[in-house]
Every structure is written in structure tokens, then in C-alpha cells.
Design a protein around this ligand. Structure first.
Ligand SMILES: Nc1ncnc2c1ncn2[C@@H]1O[C@H](COP(=O)(O)OP(=O)(O)OP(=O)(O)O)[C@@H](O)[C@H]1O
Ligand SMILES: [Mg+2]
Length: 614
């Protein structure tokens, strides 16, 4: 359980009508189904409310005239009513299912689409796995509740109204006696529904803690045994299961108590009707009316119980609805400016990019760039440099210095808080995000592959590429031999996230993917860090060829591309501390020379070990 689950099912004392109005507004595409649901609810309520009166008339008629034709009609009407109610219930279930699945689908689709547009900063604050399972759970809860809320609101509400009207019509005095049970019924139902909700929540919470404890105990079973912690682990587990038992028993007791209690109140109503009505039978109150009132009294608790239950559910689902709505309302922090959006709406001329700007990138300039992921904790300060087309720029420096952050800013995953990044003099925030990102080829240290084959994954770089082009790209980065060596070559499935391949294999495939895309800017962030020195050397030539004519950003510890880079920036604690070519920096005998000496030592040791092993 993590901090994000703390507000699970948060019970809010009051209903946020504005929020629910917006959620209900999303059900608009299903208005025909909802109208049918409401119609069916009204019909069932009307029948439910007339049946007691009908029974009364039946009795009076039978007493007056014995078995007659009228009586046969009454019985038929009685029978028909039950057929209609049965059919309506089936129809309720079908319609409610249709609305719930439709709504859930829409919420998930919109939520997914929204998540795709959100900036990285949004996900920094929230784990993705949590977000996804949250979205699924929340949507299921809210969408499942909506149709039944409509049903019960219409059915329960109108049944109450109709019954009260019928009773008042039949006999005002008796009606007031029977209605005296309504306030205690409402009170009891509201109190119990809240209690039930709270105890179900406890059961669920304990349950998820038990699941987590189970998972942790099994995942860590080796460690537990090695440390002789079995008995402690068992004790902790027993505490949780003990709590679970307690909560479950409490919940069972509460739900066992509720129904008999409301039914008893109903019986009090029946008793009241019998007593006050019975006294008046001699004064001319018909037996049928008496029976009708007794039935109304017994009928009341049902709609009240349902309504109380739905409103409590609505309150408990409010947190879920709020989270869905918040996600749908969240605007990505990094997005196209209004000017860019306007330009995108215009057809672009020949020789123009989609946003009407220059299609090629000749220079990239970082001007006094400053950035912080968390306000007040700057990660980059006063970063200034310029690269031109055809040049390779290498970023080196200690871990956490800010190298990846620089390329994230260039890719506009984040935007700088100070200074600007200019593409041929134009602030990159004045260009289209899509245009910029489609001109980037990015290979990361732990690259992500999508489920599918190796070939599919390379082709993501450029969907219309031919098989020959895919293989050519693989050859150029030295990945071809590795791929051919896989069980099914290019048709090998890579597994979810590329999990069936090693990190080094994933790096080679994503290099091929980036090369195939033929981007203007190539970014390699530790792209070959998981390759052994031998493979890296093979990849080297291909990578260098791939970088020809482009602007390349290379972050690496060992790659000798760095030595041939046109500009090397040494980044430490968010600042550029040294800059120049390899020769210049070595001559400087500063940080770079130091890093170089360390890495050379490491490579020598690596080679020596290899020799020994071979
Ligand atoms: N998403 C993030 N949210 C908050 N802080 C971050 C985030 N990403 C990086 N940082 C912080 O920013 C600083 C710079 O990180 P960055 O990843 O740019 O370093 P780096 O030079 O690429 O390091 P490495 O060589 O280890 O990859 C670090 O202190 C890191 O903790
Ligand atoms: Mg990094």
C-alpha cells in the first residue's frame, strides 16, 4: 500500500452536485437508453403502487358479489402486472449494462487519450502503474453506479410518491398513521448504509494489505529464510488476517441486522394500519381498503432502502469521480501555444514545416537555460552552447550532473524556466511540438520496446519502411548479426516492454529504429552503455555513419565517438564546467582529463578480465 491509496473511497459528507452534473453530462450519448430506463422505472413504480389498491378492490368486490366477471378481469390484471414487472426488470438489467459499459468505455478512452498528451512532469509526481489501475478502478465504480442510480431514483422516488398519493386518495386519516413510519425508516436506512459502507471499506483495505503482505512474503521468501524471519513474518500476517476476520464479522452482523430492523418498522406500519383501520371497519371502512393500507405499509421500506443505498454509494464514489474528472481536465504543461495551433490549422506551403516554420534545423542554441524539476531546487543553471547541423556534441560528467535533463529540455519533454532554446533563432516554444519531436531520434539507456516482433519495433521508426530498409538500418548500427542470431530472427517476439531481450539487445534495436526514422537531431543517452566493449566497438562505426550530417547529442562514458565530437561539454551540478574538443580538454588537464584517465583504467581492467576469461 502506498501513500496514493490513502484516500481510497474517501467518504464525503456532502454531495458535490456540480461534479456529478458534469459526470452525468457524459452520459448524453446514452440518452435513449436512459430515457427507456426512466420510462421502465416509472411503469414498474406505477404498477407497484397500484397493486395494493387493486388487491383492496378485489377483496371488496369478492365480498360484495362473490365470484364474478369483474373479478376475473381483476385477476387477469394482477397476473399481467407481474409479467410486465418481470419483463421490465430484465430490460433494466440489459439497459443498465449497456449504459455502464458504454460510459466506462468513454471514460477510459478519454482518460487514455488525455494521459498520452500529458507532460512528463505530470507522471513524475504519480507512478504510472498506480495511475492506470486507479483509472480502471475509478471508472468501473462510477460507470457501474450511474445507471442504477437513475433506476432507483426514478423507481424509488416515484413509487414513494405514487403510494403516498394512493393512500391519501383512499383515506387521509389512515394514510397519516401509516406515513408516521417513514421518518424512522429513513433515519435507520441512512445510518445503516453509512455503517455498512464504512465496514466494507475496512474489509477491502485489510484485504489489500493482506494481498500485499502475501506478495511481499513470497517475493522475499529467500531473504526471510536466510534471516530466520519466518516466525516474525507469520506473526505479522496473523495480525492482518485477525483484523480481517474482525471487520468481516462486523460487516456480516450489520447487514444481518439491517433488514430485520427495517422489516420490523414496516410491520409496525402494518400493525398501525390494522389497529386504526380495524377500529373503523364497523364505521364503514371497507375490508379491502384496510388490506391495501397494510400492504402499503409493508412496501415502504424497499424504495427507502434502495434510495439510501444509492446516495451513500454516490457519496463514496465521489472521490473516484473527482479523480476521473481531474484527469480529464488536466491540461498538459508542455503544449502548443495558441499561435502555433493557429498556424497548424492553416495548410502549410511547399518547403514549410507543418507549423509554417522552417523545416530544417541548422543551429540549436541554448541561451542561459535554467531548469528545476521541483521548484526551488535548480538542476541546470546558465547553460549556454550552440551546435550546428553536422556536428556532434558530447555531454560528459558525473552522475546526477544534469546531462539527461539537457536533452529532455531539447526534446521539450520539459520546458526551461529561465532562458530559451533557439532553433535557428526561434524559441522552440514557438514551434509545433509534434514537428520538433518527429525530427528527433532518441535512444535511451533503458530503451522501451513494444510487444511485437523485432521487425515491428524497428519499423516504428518509420512505418512505411520496406523490409529491406528495416534490415539495412539494422546493419548500419551493427544489430543485424545479433538479430539473425535470435530464435526467430526478425520475427522474434520481444515480450512486454522488450522484457525477453537483454538491455544491450534492446539498445541495438532502438538504435536501428532511430536510424530508420532518419531524424534531423539524434540523441543518444547512454545508448550503448549495456553493450560489452567488443560489441560497442562494432556498433561504433555504424553509429558514426548514422550521425553524419545530423545534429547529434551523445551522452556516454566510454564511447569513443566522444573523442571525435566537435564539442564536448563537461556537466557538473547543473553547470557547464569545461568545454572544448577532446584534444583541448586533455591539454587543459582539468575535469575531463581526470574522467578520461578513470575511464581508461576501467577499460584496461575490463579488457584484462576478458582476456583472462577467454
Ligand atoms: N523526473 C525528475 N524529477 C525530479 N528530479 C529529477 C528528475 N529527473 C532527474 N532529476 C534530478 O535532476 C538531477 C540531474 O539528473 P540527470 O538525470 O539530468 O543527471 P545525469 O547527468 O543524466 O546523470 P546520469 O549520468 O546518472 O544519467 C539529479 O539530481 C536528479 O536527481
Ligand atoms: Mg542520465
Amino acid at each position: 500500500m502506498n501513500a496514493f491509496d490513502e484516500d481510497e473511497d474517501r467518504y464525503s459528507g456532502s454531495l458535490d452536485w456540480a461534479l456529478w452534473r458534469r459526470i452525468v453530462a457524459r452520459a448524453r450519448p446514452y440518452r435513449t437508453s436512459i430515457a427507456q430506463l426512466v420510462g421502465a422505472g416509472l411503469v414498474v413504480a406505477a404498477i407497484d403502487a397500484t397493486l395494493p389498491a387493486l388487491s383492496g378492490r378485489l377483496i371488496d368486490e369478492a365480498l360484495r358479489a362473490g365470484w364474478s366477471r369483474t373479478l376475473t378481469w381483476f385477476s387477469l390484471a394482477y397476473f399481467a402486472s407481474f409479467v410486465v414487472i418481470g419483463a421490465a426488470v430484465v430490460w433494466f438489467i440489459v439497459l443498465a449494462g449497456r449504459i455502464a459499459t458504454g460510459l466506462a468505455h468513454d471514460f477510459r478512452r478519454d482518460g487514455f487519450a488525455r494521459m498520452q498528451t500529458l507532460s512528463f512532469s505530470f507522471f513524475d509526481a504519480r507512478p504510472v502503474g498506480w495511475l492506470v489501475s486507479r483509472l480502471m478502478g475509478d471508472v468501473g465504480k462510477v460507470a457501474g453506479l450511474m445507471p442504477w442510480f437513475f433506476v432507483d431514483l426514478v423507481w424509488g422516488g416515484s413509487l414513494l410518491l405514487f403510494s403516498v398519493a394512493m393512500m391519501l386518495w383512499l383515506d387521509v386519516g389512515l394514510a397519516l398513521w401509516v406515513l408516521s413510519i417513514v421518518p424512522p425508516l429513513v433515519l435507520l436506512s441512512v445510518v445503516f448504509q453509512r455503517k455498512l459502507l464504512a465496514s466494507s471499506r475496512e474489509v477491502r483495505r485489510t484485504n489489500s494489505r493482506i494481498t500485499a503482505a502475501y506478495a511481499e512474503a513470497i517475493a522475499g521468501v529467500r531473504t526471510t529464510r536466510a534471516l530466520h524471519r519466518e516466525s516474525a513474518a507469520l506473526e505479522e500476517f496473523q495480525d492482518e488476517t485477525g483484523a480481517m476476520l474482525q471487520h468481516s464479522v462486523r460487516r456480516a452482523l450489520q447487514s444481518a441486522l439491517y433488514l430485520p430492523l427495517v422489516i420490523s418498522i414496516g410491520s409496525v406500519g402494518v400493525g398501525l394500519a390494522l389497529w386504526r383501520g380495524g377500529l373503523r371497519v364497523d364505521d364503514g371502512l371497507s375490508l379491502g381498503t384496510l388490506v391495501a393500507f397494510m400492504q402499503y405499509a409493508a412496501l415502504f421500506y424497499q424504495p427507502i432502502r434502495e434510495l439510501a443505498q444509492r446516495f451513500t454509494e454516490l457519496q463514496s464514489a465521489q472521490a473516484a469521480a473527482e479523480r476521473i474528472q481531474t484527469l480529464l481536465d488536466t491540461q498538459p504543461q508542455v503544449r502548443d501555444s495558441p499561435a502555433v495551433l493557429a498556424a497548424l490549422a492553416q495548410p502549410s506551403a511547399e518547403g514549410e514545416a507543418i507549423d509554417g516554420g522552417k523545416p530544417t534545423i541548422e543551429t540549436i542554441r541554448f541561451e542561459d537555460v535554467g531548469f528545476a524539476y521541483v521548484p526551488g531546487e535548480p538542476v541546470l543553471r546558465d547553460v549556454n552552447f550552440t551546435v550546428r547541423a553536422g556536428q556532434t556534441i558530447a555531454l560528459v560528467g558525473p552522475t546526477g550532473g544534469g546531462k539527461s535533463t539537457i536533452v529532455s529540455l531539447l526534446a521539450r519533454f520539459y520546458e526551461p524556466q529561465q532562458g530559451a532554446i533557439r532553433l535557428d533563432g526561434v524559441d522552440h516554444r514557438e514551434r509545433s511540438l509534434h514537428w520538433l519531436q518527429s525530427n528527433l531520434g532518441v535512444v535511451l539507456q533503458s530503451p522501451h520496446l513494444f510487444s511485437g516482433t523485432v521487425e515491428d519495433n524497428i519499423r516504428y521508426g518509420r512505418l512505411e519502411a520496406t523490409d529491406a530498409e528495416v534490415r539495412d538500418a539494422a546493419r548500419r548500427v551493427g544489430a543485424h548479426a545479433m538479430i539473425e542470431g535470435l530464435a526467430e530472427g526478425y520475427a522474434t517476439a520481444v515480450g512486454e516492454g522488450g522484457g525477453k531481450l537483454s538491455t544491450g539487445q534492446r539498445q541495438l534495436i532502438s538504435l536501428a529504429r532511430a536510424v530508420l526514422a532518419d531524424p534531423q537531431i539524434f540523441i543518444m543517452d547512454e545508448a550503448t552503455s549495456s553493450l560489452d566493449t567488443e560489441t560497442e566497438a562494432q556498433v561504433q562505426a555504424g553509429v558514426e555513419a548514422a550521425l553524419q550530417g545530423r545534429i547529434a547529442f551523445v551522452i556516454a562514458h566510454r564511447l569513443s565517438t566522444i573523442r571525435r565530437a566537435d564539442l564536448i561539454l563537461v556537466i557538473d551540478q547543473g553547470r557547464i564546467v569545461e568545454r572544448g574538443t577532446h584534444a583541448e580538454l586533455i591539454a587543459l588537464r582539468g575535469r575531463y582529463a581526470e574522467l578520461q584517465a578513470q575511464s581508461q583504467a576501467a577499460t584496461t581492467v575490463d579488457a584484462a578480465l576478458r582476456e583472462e576469461a577467454g
